[in-house]
Design a protein. Sequence first.
Length: 153
Amino acid sequence: MTGLLPSSVLFCCDHNSVRSPMAEGLMKQRYGHDTYVQSAGVRNDLEVDGFAVTVCRELGVEIDRHRSRSFEEMMQWGDDLSGFDLIVALSPASQRQALELTRHYHLDVEYWPVLDPTGLGRTREDILAAYRQTRDQIRARIAARFGPPTTEA
């Protein structure tokens, strides 16, 4: 379902270290400054994952400077969740957290079931294949949901 491009989107997952930073980077690459994009996690206990950095870099998306943050940190730093037009949860835990934190706001929370690639694969190539699958799932969901890119990738 292609929808209008919202003015602001928050992607979230469990740790803000793999799926949501990928989604943030891919969305920014595709739509540039046409929409404000951020990401957060239920927890902030991991740095951005090196395999996520690698598979995003393959598409020209740089996420290596991303700093993980939690919903709680966002709010402490003054980011108001009610200011987002859309929250996209990429894990069940982040969906529950987003729904709980926004229950009094009028905004949409969507759940996109996306593969968590952490812990999958034995060899480096197997691990990278799992991360590429996740990246490509997110990329396809973004394209299907928000339509053609507004920037040249």
